[in-house]
Design a protein around this ligand. Structure first.
Ligand SMILES: [Zn+2]
Length: 269
């Protein structure tokens, strides 16, 4: 999950905040913004390895405290879920313009208002964006899938619900083709194809059974109280498609986090 990149924090402010809050070790590694064109890279000071990797996210900014102290963090390993009668997850996505953004941590498609969403147990959430991780962040019985797509939704109160669609290596995925063929070129932040549209409904597996639990954003600031729905049934992508993503982002997955007593529920099917 990646919401912070949508906030467009001005580089000047961020640099100033970092100068005050960062330990010297990290501050020394934060390059100054040499010109306005670097503004969009200012938020990329966290990463998936080394000194700015997941074990250090909480140290990088006081706003990232939940990444270290949080007790309801995502992703998790799903093992021994409790099977229950749960409300169906109903999808009503509509066509949206195809414009792919390179966030610096993944490729993401932002959904304008009117792109549809999900309804579960009477609660309505609108689609905000979707993006990818390689390998899958969530694991099933300790097993990673080749990739995962996170479909991020928000309700009227601003609460988030994420639907995770696991991706296995296999047949080529027709929905992913225009998305993966139109990743922004290196150094560019957005690519859009005039007139092209996609419908996320075409990406979903036929069966809509799910695992559900209370979790967080899986990227800084790791905000909690995010409602997660991991679909039990996966979709496929070809080895070539997975390689298309991996060429830019070979590894963008946070390690699984402790359950700390949380229950994971599952639908019967
Ligand atoms: Zn994600």
């Amino acid at each position: 999950m990646n919401l912070v990149t949508q906030l467009q924090i001005p580089a000047v402010l961020l640099t100033a905040a970092l100068a005050v809050t960062l330990p010297a070790k990290l501050r020394a590694q934060t390059p100054p913004a040499a010109h306005p064109g670097e503004a969009e890279h200012a938020e990329h000071h966290w990463s998936y390895s080394g000194a700015t990797g997941p074990e250090h996210w909480a140290e990088e900014d006081p706003q990232f405290a939940a990444c270290g102290e949080g007790k309801r963090q995502s992703p998790i390993d799903i093992e021994h879920p409790t099977v229950k009668a749960l409300p169906p997850l109903e999808f009503d996505y509509r066509a949206e313009p195809l414009a792919v953004t390179d966030t610096g941590h993944s490729f993401q498609v932002n959904a304008p208002a009117g792109s549809g969403g999900i309804t579960v147990g009477g609660e309505r959430y609108e689609l905000v964006q979707f993006h990818f991780h390689r390998p899958s962040e969530e694991t099933i019985g300790g097993h990673h899938y080749a990739m995962v797509a996170h479909l991020v939704h928000k309700n009227a109160k601003g609460e988030l619900a994420v639907v995770a669609v696991l991706i296995r290596q296999g047949e080529a995925n027709a929905f992913l083709k225009p998305v993966f063929d139109d990743f922004p070129a290196r150094g560019k932040t957005e690519a859009s194809v005039a007139g092209a549209s996609i419908n996320v409904g075409e990406f979903l597996p036929k069966d809509r059974g799910y695992y559900t639990f209370d979790g967080s954003l899986t990227t800084p600031p790791c905000t909690e109280h995010v409602r997660w729905f991991v679909l039990k049934h996966w979709v496929t992508a070809s080895p070539e498609q997975i390689q298309q993503f991996a060429t830019r982002y070979p590894h963008d997955a946070r390690p699984t986090q402790a359950l700390n007593g949380r229950e994971v529920d599952a639908t019967r099917d």
